[in-house]
Design a protein around this ligand. Sequence first.
Ligand code: ZN
Length: 310
Amino acid sequence: MLWRGRRQSDNIEDERSDSGGGLGGGLGGSPGQFRIPIGGRAGGGSSIILVILVVLAGWYFGFDPSQILGDGSGGLVPGGGGQITDNSGAQDSTGAPASDEMKQFVATVLAETEDTWTGIFKANGLTYEDPKLVLFSGQIRSACGFASSAAGPFYCPGDHKVYLDMTFFQQLDQQFGASGEFARAYVIAHEVGHHVQNLTGIMQKFNQMRQSMGEAEANQMSVRVELQADCFAGVWAHYTAQKGILEQGDMESALNAAKQIGDDTLQKKMQGYVVPESFNHGTSAQRQTWLARGYKSGKLSDCDTFNNPV
Ligand SMILES: [Zn+2]
């Protein structure tokens, strides 16, 4: 992608140096918030207790941690398997100059999504509101609760922010076999796709419907939400291609990323077998299909994953 020299978004919130600072400080920071007493660094056992406490705190304060739209493979914290990465106090490697170029890339892709979606909304008589993109390292508090970078990038409908630990890009490359700049752009565009769903009310409807659903049914609905975000990422790529800034192989690398992070491919890789009832993002084939579909036409009407077979 020919991104250098193009506009960079102002909507980046760089919390990389703050977010590694630990759960205790974050939770205790705001008056009226639930304070978790932590003596020193959390070890293995206390991490589990911490996860339970955080989940309880989430319920207590009326936000639902499960409403985060997480897009990694590691599940979510809280509630997602106890993966708290205990790097409290560590100012880790992501603040190095090498990541500044990556930050510029992220800011440029975000700006491109702002321009594209502003135009699409305008054409439909609507006003697009830019999301913020929070860069963090290790763990972060959002309006949706705490998340660890192990959970992957996510969008929180409650605060209209995309959360990204850029080390996910390395994971994408090295662990998932999805390399290339445009694979990364696709990840950002997918999260922005969730923001579009939030602005258009699709997400609220989904969350309402989910309340009366069993787990299997909710997973199926989640797949439709995720595939639509993929399709919206494709719509964005369509307009980006029209600007003449896509390079040979860009779309292929995004499609490969969609394949590598499909539920079936991920489960095969991580546990050796698949459990289709647990799929909540879509199979590799589905993700590629919907990304390609949005890319081909650039039309939102081609992204109706709710009234079409997926
Ligand atoms: Zn998603």
